[in-house]
Design a protein around this ligand. Sequence first.
Ligand code: IMP
Length: 422
Amino acid sequence: MAKGKVDALLGIVFGDEGKGKVVDVFTPKYDIVARFAGGPNAGHTIIFEGKKFVLRSIPSGIFDKDKVNIIGNGCVIAPDLFMAEAQELEAAGYNLRGRLHISKRAHLILPTHRVLDRAYEAAKGKNKVGTTGKGIGPTYSEKASRTGLRVGDILDNFQQKYETLKARHAQILRDLNYEYDISDEEKKWLEGVEYMRGFQLTDTEIEINKALAEGKNVLAEGAQGTMLDIDHGTYPFVSSSNTVSGGVCTGLGVGPNAIGEIFGIFKAYSTRVGSGPFPVELFDETGDKIREIGHEYGAVTGRNRRCGWVDLVALKYAIMINGVTQLIMMKSDVLDGFDTIKACVAYEKDGVVTADMPYDTEGWKAVYRELKGWKSDLTNLTSESQFPQAFRDYISFLEQEAGIPITIVSVGPDRAQTIVRG
Ligand code: IMP
């Protein structure tokens, strides 16, 4: 029986909740920080010692010199992008060797997976998912079709396996009449494969379970968000992995009884990148104002994020699916200037009103509850006792609806602007 625990820190809406800012508040409590799903579609922006880093595949515990960081079996990894990310960290003085371990079971994103991602999106026309173009979908599809390449393949007769899969992709792309040229990209990619050999490519599930048996604690760092989960998100406008807490077990190889706290992170409002249903989306100047004040532009793709009020239908569904035990509310200060703040409490379509997440998420409209805005600057606040009454009311309302506490509230971009509630 494991003595240690795996706590999870999960984005519970459409991703981009700002996990990067709180993760270093969390990491000191853990021995291992592990990614369990997704790949370079994630973009965790972290400001550390005054310098900004965007982590895509590497866990956020990398800034803390004592932590072991694990890229788990549920992840997909692009060697060229991994190399660029790791080299930037090494150049900034962070020594990764020996404390960044990659699962041999994680799948490799080939350059041709990225081409396939683009080709499939182009073929979908107006129904495109709006993927990040990083080859995520084709790589996970290949994992499920049992034809993929894993990190462990790097260690044995790799070139031949690579050429075989590349040829298979070339055939699919020929059938699609899709023209492409990966010569430069492929060179970097193969360089990345060599570079990866310098890291510990291991059986991370065994390592994690041994650590748990010794009483060590693990932080499972989520990517994307619950509404982008392949099973529980707004399918087909989702990513291709299980981003929910269940994915922690499969993506790291730990039993459910090893799971401890589930921290669900959300913003005081909502955003979404890419296509798909988004009932709270604001097409007016309020949406533009939220985007501008909140700097809601994608960390990976630079795209404008779609913005809207907080969505309690999605939030409550995510709390249920993940078994969230504590909530963390980010970017509260973005709403400082609004007279009225709205919260979506139900969806409505053709006279039907529901507070439960519907199967067909298309075509539903948000039903709102209006709350009074606090109209004051939260960014200088350092403790809960200084919260204006209207902001307290907003928090209480969300807690009451959610049925669980909001234990951390963020009131600004700086690490210091993070208030842990008593
Ligand atoms: P994919 O994961 O690149 O296949 O993209 C599928 C959908 O998930 C698209 O709508 C993306 O915009 C969205 N997505 C993927 N990763 C992230 C993320 O880290 N944050 C927000 N949205 C994401």
